[in-house]
Design a protein around this ligand. Structure first.
Ligand SMILES: C[S@@+](CC[C@H](N)C(=O)[O-])C[C@H]1O[C@@H](n2cnc3c(N)ncnc32)[C@H](O)[C@@H]1O
Length: 248
């Protein structure tokens, strides 16, 4: 796929911001914290999820399915049995259904969009998994959501959502949620290839222990093994992390 000039410019700009320490310091300095970015607003996600994202094209449909299944495979093979799962930025809650094996007892989904949470609360009662698993959905910003004190999750998932918060917030939020992670629990982070996502993975690797990962990319236009920079069908990196033992 040939990148447009606009895509190239956007990519190089993001590389300048996130690819070097100096760029990200300048960005932090220039960005006004009192004006949220558009993708930090529920209205933006309400529109996206009720419009473009509710009727995905073939790239989107396959992309969503691969994203969910890759996270599920990593979780099932490299983490503890996923009995309790917290899915931050859950969207339509597809991950609950993809996980839907025998062992899942409790799934908690959290999303900034009230549209998607209302919709998924109405629809989930007819999902096959609803008969054997407790499903609950909350409308909240992942940076503010507070699970119940006694909750412990085997897996805390961030599927294609951490890129919508800053790199610092992404690291902070894994640190904050570690309180609700079961002792042998894992974080699952799944995001598209992009200079900001790379910066997030670099920062996470400094604070958390890498367990295992997979990188993949769809090929609508022909065969090829090399991962390429492509806005329409970007590569994804899915990684599992453990929180290092708390100092005694
Ligand atoms: C690209 S979609 C991914 C949805 C789902 N995780 C998946 O993999 O298909 C991003 C989702 O994250 C939600 N989101 C974005 N920022 C969020 C935040 N700060 N807190 C909670 N949810 C957020 C959006 O409303 C949207 O549903």
């Amino acid at each position: 796929m040939i990148l447009s000039i606009q895509d190239r410019l956007r990519y190089w700009l993001r590389l300048a911001v996130y690819g070097s320490g100096a760029g990200s310091i300048a960005y932090r300095f220039l960005r006004r914290r009192d004006t949220p970015a558009i993708h930090e607003m529920a209205e933006y996600w309400n529109q996206e999820l009720s419009g473009r994202m509710s009727v995905p094209n073939i790239n989107g449909r396959i992309g969503n399915a691969i994203r969910d299944m890759t996270s599920v495979l990593l979780i099932q093979h490299c983490g503890p049995p996923p009995r309790t799962v917290l899915d931050l930025g859950c969207g339509f809650g597809d991950l609950a259904q993809a996980l839907g094996g025998e062992g899942l007892e409790r799934y908690v989904g959290v999303d900034l969009s009230d549209y998607v949470i209302d919709r998924v609360r109405r629809q989930c009662t007819s999902w096959p998994i609803a008969s054997r698993c407790e499903l609950s959905f909350h409308n909240a910003d992942l940076r503010e959501f507070v699970p119940e004190d006694r909750e412990r999750f085997d897996v805390i998932v961030y599927n294609e959502v951490l890129k919508y918060v800053s790199v610092d917030e992404a690291v902070e939020q894994l640190g904050r949620y570690r309180r609700w992670l079961a002792p042998d629990g894992v974080f699952c982070v799944n995001i598209t290839d992009d200079p900001k996502s790379r910066a997030i993975f670099r920062a996470l690797t400094k604070k958390f222990t890498w367990v295992y990962g997979v990188v993949y990319q769809q090929r609508p236009d022909g065969p090829g093994f090399r991962i390429t920079s492509d806005d329409a069908t970007p590569a994804y990196l899915v990684g599992l992390f453990r929180a290092p033992a708390a100092p005694a």
